[in-house]
Structures are given as structure tokens and as C-alpha cells.
Ligand binder design. Structure first.
Ligand code: NAP
Length: 264
């Protein structure tokens, strides 16, 4: 991929994985459109990029406002004239037992992680079909492939993304559109701090698995070459990635292990 000619739209670019991806693509000379809700944080990320006046634009949006995605896409197209890659990264995690999580909290997770992502993708798709090219990246999770305690709605939203994008992949192959589903393991971001509890409030705690996890910069460095090869599915993390393979080969054993390990 010749990043110097690429226009890359990243959601969830105000922190964590999205921010790290912005810096990594910026180093490669890509043109960036950075989206999330917090304008000030997007401006901070923009300012930290090289040559940002020419190559980095911000476009605040709320993934819950699915009806705004057409207009946001029109604005995004105005910024550099076209889009080559959409990275659907914005998302929220969960820390609550299924029995306790309010239905409104479950809906909120589905709204942001699933409906927000597909609404934006649906808005961008006609343009990719028209230009006969495009790469759609979805930051899913290992939770998109397996399930553990405290994350039922989050895992459901990520599993749903796999179903939707696996179907889309078949439909858009003839239009030369690539789809990459990315499953991170533990990455050291504020994802657990921002995760929703049963009531839909922030968990406000960085759990130990994340405190000691892979830095987002390393995650971004490892992801870029895989995107350049248009991989269909990517797993990046530590030993927790083994769970994805175990789910396929020995699902009962995996469930037995997951019941016993301390999940936070
Ligand atoms: N860190 C991990 O261990 C891990 C593992 C697997 C998967 N993931 C996935 O990686 C992605 C990025 O998470 P992260 O780890 O970087 O956590 P993070 O630091 O909490 O970042 C989440 C990003 O999503 C944005 N966001 C949240 N709600 C939004 C909304 N309604 N509209 C628009 N943007 C919204 C946030 O920006 P604003 O608050 O400014 O809107 C922020 O930029 C998520 O999809 C997450 O599920 C993370």
C-alpha cells in the first residue's frame, strides 16, 4: 500500500488504538480524517501528527447518531476528495453480569459498536462501489470470536460485526472492496475505564490484564503490514489469542478453562 496517496478515515481516533493508528499512518505519510465525540482530544491527536495542517483533518461524530452518518460521509468526502480506507474502531466495552446489565445498557453497546459501525459503513459503501475500490477495517475483538464473563453484550456486538461483515465481504468482492476484521487481545488503553457497568455508567477502573498489556503503539505497528496485505481476519495480542484457535479445535476445553480463570 502506498500510504502517501491514501486517505484513511479512523473512528475512535481520540484515544487508545485509534490514536495509535493515526500516528502510525501519519508516519507513513497517509492523509487522515479523525473522528470521535471529543473534539478537544481529536485536536490533541491532530496536533501531535507531523505535517498535520496539510494531511490531518478532524470530523467529530457520535456513533449513536446513526442518522447523521450520510451527512458525515459527505463532509468527509469534501475534506480530501475521496476516501480509500475506513477504519471502524470506535467502540465501548462492558463490565457487568448478563443478569444485572440493564436492557438499556445492552442497547447502548449494540448502538455504538454494531449499529454505529454499520451505519457509517453503509454511508461510505456507495462511494467505494462507485470508485471500484476501498478497504473497510473493523476493530472487533477476541470477544468477537469467544465469550467470557462480564462481557455478554459487548461480545454480542462484536460477534454481530463478524456476521454482518462476513456477508458484506461476499457482496462487495466484485467491486474490489476489501474487508479486514481485526481481533485485538488485551491492549493497554482506557477501554476498561470507559467500559459500561450494569447501569450504563463508566466502570472507571483500569483492570490488571490491560495495565500489563501490549501498548497501543505496538498494536498499530503490527497491524499496518497486515492491512497492507488485505488480510480478511487478523488476531493481535498475547497468549489470549490462543483462545480463538481453541474455540475452533476444543470448545469444551476452552469453556472449562474460561470458567476457572480469573476474568476481570
Ligand atoms: N484495548 C483493548 O484491549 C481492546 C481489545 C479488543 C478490542 N478493542 C476495541 O478497540 C476499539 C478501540 O478501543 P480502545 O481500546 O482504544 O479504547 P478507548 O481508549 O476507550 O477508545 C475508544 C474510542 O472509541 C470512541 N467512542 C466511544 N464511543 C463513541 C461514540 N458513541 N461515538 C464515537 N466514538 C466513540 C472514543 O472516543 P470519544 O470518547 O471521544 O467519543 C475513543 O476514541 C474498540 O472498538 C474496542 O472494542 C480494544
Amino acid at each position: 500500500m502506498d500510504n502517501q496517496k491514501k486517505v484513511i478515515w479512523i473512528t475512535g481516533a481520540s484515544s487508545g488504538i485509534g490514536e495509535a493508528l493515526a500516528y502510525e499512518f501519519n508516519k507513513k505519510g497517509a492523509h487522515l480524517i479523525l473522528s470521535a465525540r471529543r473534539t478537544k482530544e481529536l485536536e490533541r491527536v491532530q496536533a501531535a501528527c507531523d505535517n498535520s495542517e496539510e494531511t490531518v483533518r478532524i470530523l467529530p461524530l457520535d456513533l449513536k447518531q446513526t442518522e447523521s452518518m450520510q451527512a458525515k460521509t459527505a463532509e468527509a468526502l469534501e475534506l480530501f476528495g475521496h476516501i480509500d480506507m475506513l477504519i471502524n474502531n470506535g467502540g465501548v466495552s462492558q463490565r457487568a453480569y448478563a443478569v444485572d446489565a440493564k436492557l438499556e445498557t445492552v442497547r447502548e453497546l449494540m448502538e455504538v459498536n454494531f449499529f454505529g459501525t454499520i451505519a457509517l459503513t453503509k454511508a461510505v459503501l456507495p462511494e467505494f462501489i462507485r470508485q471500484k475500490s476501498g478497504h473497510i477495517v473493523v476493530i472487533s475483538s477476541v470477544m468477537g470470536k469467544i465469550g467470557t464473563k462480564y462481557r455478554s453484550a459487548y461480545a454480542a456486538s462484536k460477534h454481530a460485526l463478524h456476521g454482518w461483515f462476513d456477508c458484506l465481504r461476499q457482496e462487495v468482492y466484485e467491486h474490489n472492496i476489501d474487508i479486514t476484521l481485526v481481533c485485538p487481545g488485551f491492549v493497554k488503553t482506557n477501554v476498561t475505564v470507559n467500559a459500561l457497568n450494569a447501569e450504563g455508567e463508566k466502570h472507571e477502573k483500569m483492570e490488571s490484564a490491560h495495565k500489563n498489556a501490549m501498548p497501543p503503539e505496538e498494536f498499530a505497528k503490527r497491524l499496518l503490514p497486515k492491512l497492507a496485505r488485505q488480510k480478511e481476519e487478523v488476531y493481535i495480542g498475547g497468549s489470549e489469542i490462543l483462545a480463538v484457535y481453541m474455540k475452533r479445535l476444543a470448545p469444551k476445553l476452552l469453556n472449562r478453562i474460561l470458567r476457572r480463570v480469573k476474568v476481570t
